[in-house]
Design a protein around this ligand. Structure first.
Ligand code: ZN
Length: 207
């Protein structure tokens, strides 16, 4: 697809944010567990004077529809569970997404386990999609990261990382879990989570 470059700024893997998404090991959790994906191509309308999340569009390469990015907003319940890509409600095809390097590695290594079920899993997933988008509303003014929602989102992310790094990981590696490791881990991930939430918020609201 070709886009009017005077109107749109085109985001692909060459963009720093997308590239970071590909290289950051933590993102594998977002992709593989939460099913949070970002499309291979995003368009930012340069002519609108609104926060970034309100003027970012996702083109469907199959039917050429320009979807408002809010189609996959948390409020619509469609921000996650997109393991096979972003579903296009206009044509029923899947909009291709970038894959994090570590997700790719994990998927490649575990392929013998899930490879057998891939086709079935995908068709089950695909069948569920139309219903998920029935009530999607792209006209909401607020964004997932607005109204201090980012604090909640950041802390949730931090809590998840804490669980993984300070409890699950040491448990399976037979490392010691003490009051001190839990205490410092909790503080560290709370701060890390807030920083993560805040930076996402700053990015999405940038004009
Ligand atoms: Zn489409």
């Amino acid at each position: 697809m070709h886009f009017d470059k005077t109107k749109y700024k085109v985001y692909t893997w060459k963009n720093a944010m997308v590239f970071h998404w590909i290289l950051n090991p933590v993102v594998a959790i977002n992709e593989l567990i939460l099913g949070q994906r970002i499309p291979k191509v995003m368009l930012e309308d340069k002519t609108l004077n609104k926060p970034k999340f309100q003027r970012t569009f996702v083109p469907c390469p199959h039917c050429k529809t320009l979807h408002d990015q809010k189609t996959w907003a948390t409020q619509n319940g469609t921000a996650f569970k997109n393991w096979f890509g972003l579903y296009c409600k206009s044509c029923g095809n899947i909009i291709p997404c970038v894959t994090n390097a570590f997700s790719f590695l994990i998927l490649a290594i575990t392929f013998p386990v899930w490879g057998w079920f891939k086709k079935d899993l995908k068709s089950i997933w695909l069948k569920k999609q139309p219903k998920r988008y029935e009530n999607s509303n792209i006209n909401q003014e607020s964004n997932a990261f607005n109204e201090n929602h980012w604090i909640k989102a950041g802390l949730l992310w931090g809590a998840f990382m804490f669980l993984l790094n300070d409890i699950v990981h040491p448990y399976f590696n037979e490392e010691k879990i003490t009051g001190a490791t839990l205490f410092f881990g909790a503080i560290l991930w709370a701060i890390g989570g807030l920083a993560f939430g805040h930076s996402m918020n700053a990015f999405m609201n940038k004009k």
